[in-house]
Ligand binder design. Structure first.
Ligand SMILES: CC/C=C\C/C=C\C/C=C\C/C=C\C/C=C\C/C=C/C(=O)SCCNC(=O)CCNC(=O)[C@H](O)C(C)(C)COP(=O)(O)OP(=O)(O)OC[C@H]1O[C@@H](n2cnc3c(N)ncnc32)[C@H](O)[C@@H]1OP(=O)(O)O
Ligand code: FAD
Length: 615
């Protein structure tokens, strides 16, 4: 018999003014997609051995990893078996697009995540047809487990500064991989330490002493039978982190490690047997895997943020605290407008990121199809947009997840709420796949170029077209959506123009272009991410805003119910559908090993002699 649902949550659900299932269907891409997702979740989550006997937080660092590998093999097998052979690729993609199934199994991400998130995309995007056929067969069947090894101890952002070398030896038709310094060691790749046995390595190619730029190589680094590191390979784990502690991030050093010529992924650039180098049509095509993952991250942020606000809004409907009016009893904390302000932006942002992710994915698919036909025209715009949206969505999601945590008071600080772990997952994305400041500066680079083109009368790409609108600075905008958008476009234009004026001022003062860029870089980042509107209009918008909060209030629980996260995926004492918060907090607390006995052994060993002055 299912447990009794909290009365306040029942009331909230009765108050809701819209059809929750309809919104769920919309988010999934239709009623059938909702059904497919639920069917997949039912199948996979009914698999034995997927969940923890002891809560992960009470395991050691090593036990956490070993437990995660145990679950990863069960999970991956269950996912494979749950695949419906009659489903189209698109239906399968839709069923997983919104599902955070892995979050029900791994609070801190899977040791296989890089295999699926980067190793396979790198093969698909960087291998020639013959290589793709061979490696995809092995990788898709998990005969091998891979990762993506680009970052080094000494370099993450500056890819052209990577020190790992790949020197072509025409006599043996091999590449010699070498880490000339400690800072050249690959450092950070997920699964690298003890899980994977292959990786795509980004290394500096040299032929006859000449630099041929950064190229991708598929490298085996562990024996497939014994899992021992191969000769000339130094491997290890980089240590405990804020989060991602079951992702097994590692380090790898090469000592004159030889690989066959056909291990360089040769879709874009090629090395012939005699050492002839055939250059890529665009050297940045090698960076394609990063563009792909940045696109995926935007959708991932939408889902993770939705999970956090679901937990916080349901808890805020159950938690009663303080006194809003004398003798009126303790109100639900969701009735405080400050609480609504903290949480409703998170609901709206998750929807905004979902729609943005869909738009960006379509743009990525179009540009990738064009690249296949040799048309690179829209690659720069895709790069700029992917950089901006990855940076903005990860920054905003980190802020909003942390705000969801602090809006739940002390209970939000409990690991059993799962809000700290969700924060650990999303805040990592501000750094990986391109540190956010660096990516915003990439976008700024495109904005400055676009404004210069606009000022010389050239046509701009659709996403930059606001820079060619001669919008009057005395524009008055109203509270309509159109008016607000016009206002934001006007201010965004002003930010880019101001940054450019600043750079020109520095150049006139005698600085070189690079120093002028650096001196203006704070403004350049603001131009890429930040748009604010002038003081006078904030008051007008503020009234509208507070009015909107009131309109959302009766529907808040319905809006998060529509995300349709089952309890196992929320994995939270505060966010369960039935709202039995206090019973769950106690149930989880009693699982602490410290509660197995009333007096801990440290009393007799340390406390008692200490208090009796015997230590
Ligand atoms: C479970 C997780 C929970 C929540 C998260 C949800 C979803 C996540 C989904 C998947 C992830 C899950 C698991 C994986 C977790 C972690 C994996 C992490 C992997 C990594 O971090 S891999 C390493 C990533 N590293 C980087 O991104 C490095 C960033 N640096 C760069 O990109 C370049 O160095 C930089 C900054 C662009 C500068 O390079 P460079 O100096 O050479 O370029 P310039 O600035 O001079 O520009 C030259 C020219 O080239 C253009 N350009 C640059 N980059 C690109 C590109 N990628 N594509 C196209 N064009 C590019 C640039 O615009 C210039 O053009 P111009 O001269 O102006 O015409
Ligand atoms: C959880 C996690 C997982 C990861 N997984 C992988 C993986 O699987 N594979 C992989 O290859 N890498 C991985 N990484 C590494 C990640 O890609 C790098 O950390 C990232 O690219 C940043 O590089 P860095 O750490 O060397 O920082 P740096 O590049 O040294 O940056 C440090 C600071 O300097 C600033 N800075 C640097 N350059 C500039 C500039 N030009 N202008 C202005 N400011 C600048 C940055 O903004 C930042 O604040 C992972 C990282 C994390 C945190």
């Amino acid at each position: 018999m299912s447990a009794k649902v909290n009365d306040d949550l029942l009331t909230e659900r009765r108050k809701c003014e819209f059809n929750v299932e309809e919104l769920t269907n919309y988010l999934d891409g239709g009623a059938q997609a909702t059904q497919n997702r639920r069917k997949l979740e039912d199948k996979v989550l009914s698999t034995k051995g997927l969940f923890d006997e002891v809560p992960e937080e009470y395991l050691s660092h090593k036990e956490k990893y070993e437990n995660a590998v145990r679950k990863a093999v069960v999970y991956y097998k269950a996912m494979k078996e749950a695949e419906d052979p009659n489903q189209t690729e698109q239906e399968r993609a839709n069923a997983t697009y919104r599902s955070l199934l892995h979050a029900a199994v791994f609070k801190d991400n899977s040791p296989f995540s890089l295999h699926l998130a980067m190793f396979i995309p790198a093969i698909l995007g960087q291998a020639d047809e013959e290589q793709k056929k061979y490696w995809m067969k092995r990788a898709s069947k998990m005969e091998i487990i891979g990762t993506y090894a680009q970052t080094e101890l000494g370099h993450g952002t500056f890819i052209r500064g990577l020190e790992t070398t790949a020197t072509y030896d025409p006599k043996t038709e091999e590449f010699v991989l070498h880490s000339p310094t400690l800072t050249a060691y690959k450092w950070w790749p997920g699964s690298l330490a003890h899980t994977a046995n292959y990786c795509v390595v980004m290394a500096h190619l040299y032929i006859n002493g000449k630099s041929c730029g950064i190229q991708p190589f598929i490298v085996q680094f562990r024996d497939e039978e014994t899992h021992q590191p191969l000769p000339g390979i130094k491997l290890g784990e980089i240590g405990a982190k804020l989060g991602f502690n079951t992702v097994n991030n590692g380090f790898l050093g090469f000592d004159q490690h030889r690989i066959p010529r056909n291990r360089m992924l040769m879709k874009n650039a090629q090395v012939l047997k005699d050492g002839t180098f055939k250059r890529s049509p665009n050297s940045k095509l090698t960076y394609g895997t990063m563009v792909y993952v940045r696109v995926v991250i935007v959708n991932g942020m939408a889902n993770q943020l939705a999970r956090a606000v679901t937990i916080a809004v349901r808890y805020s409907a159950v938690r009663r605290q303080s006194e809003l009016k004398p003798d009126a009893g303790e109100p639900q904390i969701l009735d405080y407008v400050t609480q609504q302000h903290k949480l409703f932006i998170g609901i709206a942002s998750s929807h905004a990121f979902t729609l943005t992710a869909k738009w960006l994915t379509r743009m990525y698919q179009k540009v990738t199809a064009d690249l296949e036909k040799g048309n690179l025209d829209e690659l720069p715009e895709l790069h700029a947009i992917a950089c901006c949206l990855k940076a903005v969505t990860t920054t905003d999601t980190s802020v909003l997840v942390e705000r969801s945590r602090t809006s739940c008071g002390g209970h939000g600080y409990m690991l059993s709420s799962n809000l700290p772990q969700i924060y650990g997952l999303v805040t990592a994305a501000c750094t990986y796949e391109g540190e956010n400041t660096v990516l915003m500066l990439q976008t700024a680079r495109s904005l400055v170029k676009a404004l210069e083109q606009a000022q010389s009368g050239k046509r701009l790409s659709p996403t930059m077209s606001y820079l060619s609108e001669k919008v009057s600075s005395r524009l008055k905008w109203d509270n309509s959506i159109d008016g607000i958008v016009k206002g934001f476009r006007r201010v965004a234009y002003g930010k880019v123009e101001s940054a450019m004026r600043s750079m020109r001022k520095y150049v006139r003062s005698g600085l070189g272009p690079e120093d002028a860029w650096n001196m203006s870089s704070v403004q350049l980042v603001a131009a890429s991410e930040y748009t604010s509107i002038s003081e006078a209009d904030i008051r007008q918008l503020q009234d509208t805003y507070e009015d909107l909060l009131g309109k959302i209030r009766p529907n808040a629980v319905g809006l998060v119910d529509a995300f349709d996260f089952r309890d196992q995926i929320l994995n939270s004492t505060l966010g369960a559908y039935d709202g039995r918060v206090y019973e769950r907090l106690m149930e989880e607390a009693l699982k602490s090993p410290l509660n197995a006995e009333p007096v801990n052994q440290s009393f007799h060993k340390y406390l008692k002699p200490f208090m009796q002055g015997k230590l």
